[in-house]
Design a binder for this molecule. Sequence first.
Ligand code: ZN
Length: 341
Amino acid sequence: MIIDIHGHYTTAPKALEDWRKRQIDNLATPELGPKPSELKISDDELRDTIESNQLRLMKQRGSDLTIFSPRASFMAHHIGDFNTSSTWAAICNELCYRVSQLFPDNFIGAAMLPQSPGVDPATSIPELERCIQDYGFVGINLNPDPSGGHWTSPPLSDRQWYPIYEKMVEYDIPAMVHVSTSCNCAFHTTGAHYLNADTTAFMQCLTSDLFTDFPTLRFVIPHGGGAVPYHWGRFRGLAQEMKKPLLKDHLLNNIFFDTCVYHQPGIDLLTKVIPVDNVLFASEMIGAVRGIDPETGHYYDDTKRYIEAAALTDAERKQIFEGNARRVYPRLDAALKAKGL
Ligand SMILES: [Zn+2]
């Protein structure tokens, strides 16, 4: 079985975008803004957008199941206040839940949280609970920078985040550390802000003792871990100078990397540097890079090809495609086992 742990509903019907636009237009006068009930999207529309996009490519490329969350760049936690984010997150999560119900063999949800800059992260817990308990979601996306590129929140090791971590431990779910749109013009959203955040999140964990407080907490760092695998020697050296334990003991029981790296040399490096136990298959299609690589004639985000070509044993490949996902997302494993898979 091939499990893609990183997919977003980037192809949602246009009505969603129109609703959001009305919400943003009425930020100062929310009483005039659209009600959630004014968003009408039929099951047929959902089916169409999935069948002609994600599911078509999954079949073409040969993956079976995608962990599916709302479009990351549309989370835009910096817009409006907590109520703005709360309504928006609820709508986006519900759509992913409906997709998971329409295609139960191919999609299972991960939640967007209703984060808002300067607001206590504990306020996200009711939506988190709803998604896990009522929707059967198996993970969450946690934005370390709800300000959208201005980094006004304390690091992930700060106690303000602990209520979220306590819930994650209680439910035994991982968080993908995932920022959203950059509203800082110095940082391109998917080319700079995403990768900066991946690297930053790793370093925030390295300098702290977060996983001493939460030994079972798990973070998935997407996009191949940003600059982390490439600079593994720097991180090892910094940890050594800070008198931290070896990274394998300090961080690698808790931090995992996905394979959203869009060329063969990058995947070769990732799988050589990072232990195979810590690498989870993902493509993030249809996402930031949608084109075809003229050097290979294949889509950049067809990452399964790179794993297949990497210097791995069949057992290691199986671990990256399936085993690690089942271990890091125990609720996914339980849902599959309940179906006899
Ligand atoms: Zn993503």
